[in-house]
Ligand binder design. Structure first.
Ligand SMILES: Nc1ncnc2c1ncn2[C@@H]1O[C@H](COP(=O)(O)OP(=O)(O)O)[C@@H](O)[C@H]1O
Ligand SMILES: [Mg+2]
Length: 293
């Protein structure tokens, strides 16, 4: 991954600092390179700087802009184990930090993910943090600011290991998204995640589907940015602007499904309003004819 980042133009001084971090905090064993590589050197550079400075990072942006991919890539680069912490309805202090449980013989502390990150000096990925309830947010306050502590109910407070970091993600940019409150937001350095650049998308498609014709690859890129533009001008909602859908459709094409049908399944049909769905279908069909196999 270091070679890749060097080629991308991430400053070598930063990469050397990451190497020093890895030497200082012994790289965790058994880490595997994530399935996807994040493309976008400016975001890489900013994210690395911020983590080196000991900050927590909030990645904010529309869906499928690579927020989770980047968070996993960063954990791997820094040589830390990562814990994915998602904020479903039942997330509270005892889930995040841990609680005493009785196994039939004795009471033992069952550690939660935030506790494990703190102890091991791992990276905690706070997924879709804007969905967190107040109780979960309250737990994070002291953890995420300069105090770097967690309160373990019934036990002592413990300090975060110096290599522990938190990377939060937040889907933002479509109707109905929740914001995070100011106090929580102030505890992070924030990156507004851009939509993937055209040359990077081409690269991603080639890497994922080396057998795809270059004509198909060009048309898929074109469709994606056309849908982005239509959503920006409010002609359609942002629902159909979904890189994940494009990749999923490509996987169906590789299995032999007709390209237009694959795109309908993975893009157009996700929009339930029929007028909007027709606009999306037509703009795909203009580039990917029904006759294509
Ligand atoms: N800049 C990017 N570099 C690499 N992959 C990207 C990028 N943006 C989006 N993707 C791809 O989009 C898909 C969704 O990524 P993910 O990280 O789950 O998105 P998010 O968490 O922002 O919704 C993945 O397959 C990922 O590889
Ligand atoms: Mg995500």
């Amino acid at each position: 991954m270091f070679d890749y980042l060097k080629e991308e133009g991430v400053p070598e001084s930063l990469l050397r600092a990451v190497e020093e971090f890895r030497r200082n905090y012994a790289v965790a064993e058994g880490l595997q390179r994530p399935r996807f590589t994040y493309y976008g050197e400016k975001i890489w550079e900013e994210a690395i700087c911020s983590l080196l400075a000991g900050q927590n990072l909030l990645l904010s942006g529309p869906k499928a802009t690579g927020k989770n991919v980047l968070a996993e890539n960063l954990s791997f680069l820094f040589g830390r184990r990562s814990w994915n912490i998602s904020f479903h309805v039942n997330v509270d202090a005892s889930y995040l930090i841990g609680c005493d449980t009785f196994d039939g013989n004795r009471v033992a502390f069952r550690p939660g993910p935030v506790y494990q990150v703190a102890r091991e000096g791992g990276f905690g990925i706070l997924d879709e943090i804007n969905m967190a309830k107040n109780e979960a947010v309250a737990v994070l306050h002291a953890t995420l600011d300069h105090r770097r502590i967690i309160e373990v109910s019934g036990y002592d407070r413990i300090a975060l290991h110096p290599s522990a970091r938190f990377i939060a993600t937040m889907n933002y940019g479509y109707a109905g998204t929740r914001e995070i409150n100011e106090a929580l937001g102030s505890r992070f350095a924030v990156l507004q995640m851009p939509v993937i650049e055209e040359k990077q998308l081409a690269r991603l498609l080639v890497k994922e589907h080396p057998d795809m014709s270059s004509q198909m690859q060009k048309q898929l890129c074109a469709v994606f940015y056309e849908l982005c533009a239509k959503a920006e001008s409010a002609e359609i909602s942002a629902r159909a602007v979904d890189l994940r859908g494009i990749l999923d459709a490509s996987a169906l094409m590789a299995l032999g499904l007709r390209p237009l049908e694959a795109m309908d399944m993975c893009i157009s049909n996700k929009v339930f309003d029929s007028t909007e769905r027709a606009i999306i279908h037509d703009s795909i069909a203009a580039r990917i004819p029904r006759s294509w196999k």
